[in-house]
Ligand binder design. Structure first.
Ligand code: CMC
Length: 418
């Protein structure tokens, strides 16, 4: 094993180097403070590896994304979301038998405890569904025990019940009666029915919508140590239960720099349209740092986000199949082109990310803007769980996540009596 040398005040310290299976190199500083009293400082953790993980590989320079070694393009074309959940969480593809049992389990745990319905009644109609989701997921821990015997069952429960919670939150927000899940439907069909069926008429399934939802869920399923997944690991490292950890991850996802960007992209496009569609003046406002171009830029991708590429292609297909035309899609494409021609974005390697086109597709599917980040959360759930499980089952154990700081405040001073 090679090592790196750190020289500080004439002293030389050897630091072990860890090599990943795809060639990334990490300098292991875990003994640094113990041996030298020094710590590392890394604002926003841009240079910090918080763990070793075998779940998802990203090469941000080349625009590569793989789940458990499988390229995202192949998974997106060939898999169903439930298989991706199994793959991410268990580390391997299921056999046909395992998959059918898994689907069956995920279907048979979709009902919520009837008492939970009362919780939805307490929120004002304007309540953001992300707030309701976070609260409801945390509330699940009052119904189900966090015991080692129920660990796998709790994972199945949350994967199954999350879509019911999301659909109930939506129904509450529009004042419609809730629609119970059905066991004869796939994950996607069940969710869409709970969202859009009403008791007064028959609900017609749409394979186009089910396929679009499948693609969106898969593309959001994991993205290694992003803000919400790191939150999941951090909260989980204190031995908080699965539901509490997921609730915290949902809150982290909500922010507009993370999953909340999909809602903000639509609001941004609508504003541009309302102001006459002048792209150049909008880009000028971005460049003067008055606003950010939402759905653009990424901590890891310095090239096209492969998920954005897949969604841009899918958007045309889905719009054609649904027979829809949305001026926001045209505007988004023009905005992308204009930004990619502009040196401000080129120099900073800012490209469209997954949130740039996802909202436009959700809109075409009839999903309201406020639900977009909830949709992201439903997709990201297996990724959060996979990381939580990987950490908790690490044979070498795990420590509570507790970073250090460099204190820059007042030195000790007297607190004089008044
Ligand atoms: N619009 C305008 N300028 C930007 C943008 C943007 N969207 N993103 C980055 N920049 C500029 C930034 O001002 C900085 O410029 P300078 O070096 O001159 O100060 C430079 O690019 C580097 O940006 P950064 O903020 O240091 O990059 P970061 O890695 O800390 O942030 C980000 C990444 C995703 C938070 C950021 O690009 C951003 O705010 N994007 C808009 C929100 C968004 O679309 N978020 C979704 C991310 S993908 C899905 C997900 O994770 O949820």
């Amino acid at each position: 094993m090679s090592s790196a040398k750190l020289v500080f005040e004439g002293r030389e310290i050897d630091l072990p180097v860890i090599r990943g299976t795809e060639g990334e190199i990490g300098i292991d500083v875990s003994k640094l403070r113990k041996e030298t009293g020094l710590i590392t400082l890394d604002d926003g953790y841009g240079n910090t590896g918080s763990c070793q993980s075998a779940i998802t590989f990203i090469d941000g320079e080349k625009g590569i994304l793989r789940y458990r070694g499988y390229p995202i393009e192949q998974i997106a074309e060939r898999a169903q979301f439930t298989e991706v959940c199994y793959l991410l969480i268990n580390g391997h593809r299921p056999t046909n038998e395992q998959l059918s049992k898994y689907r069956n389990d995920l279907t048979h745990h979709t009902l919520l405890h009837e008492d939970m319905k009362k919780f939805f009644e307490g929120y004002p109609p304007s309540a953001h569904p992300m707030a309701i989701m976070a609260a409801m997921v945390a509330s699940l821990s009052t119904f189900y025990q966090d015991t080692p015997e129920e660990a796998d069952l709790n994972i199945v429960r949350i994967l199954a019940k999350s879509k019911t919670l999301a659909a109930f939150a939506y129904k509450k927000s529009i004042g419609q009666p809730i629609v119970y899940p059905r066991n004869d439907l796939s994950w996607q069909a069940n969710f869409l029915r709970m969202m859009f069926a009403v008791p007064s008429e028959d609900y017609e399934r749409s394979p186009v919508l089910e396929d679009a939802l499948n693609l969106l869920l898969i593309l959001h399923a994991d993205h290694e140590q992003n803000c919400s997944t790191s939150t999941m690991r951090m909260v989980g490292s204190s031995e908080a239960n699965l539901y509490a950890s997921i609730s915290a991850a949902i809150c982290a996802l909500w922010g507009p720099r993370h999953g909340g960007a999909n809602q903000k992209v639509i609001e941004m496009l609508q504003q541009i349209l309302e102001r006459g569609g002048d792209l150049q003046s909008f880009l000028d406002r971005v460049k003067s740092r008055e606003v950010r171009l939402m759905g653009f830029g990424h901590r890891v991708y310095k090239n096209f986000d492969p998920r954005a590429k897949l969604l841009k292609g899918a958007a045309d297909r889905i719009f054609n199949e649904l027979g829809i035309h949305d001026p926001l899609l045209d505007l988004a494409k023009q905005l992308e082109e204009a930004a990619l021609r502009d040196s401000f974005f080129v120099e900073r390697k800012l490209y469209p990310n997954v949130d740039f086109y996802s909202g436009i597709i959700y809109r075409a599917m009839g999903i309201p803007t406020e639900m977009f980040t909830v949709m992201f959360a439903l997709g990201r759930l297996p990724g959060w769980i996979a990381h939580w499980k990987e950490m908790r089952e690490d044979a070498s154990g795990y420590r509570i996540h507790r970073p250090r700081q460099v204190y820059v405040g007042e030195n000790a001073r007297e607190f004089e009596p008044r």
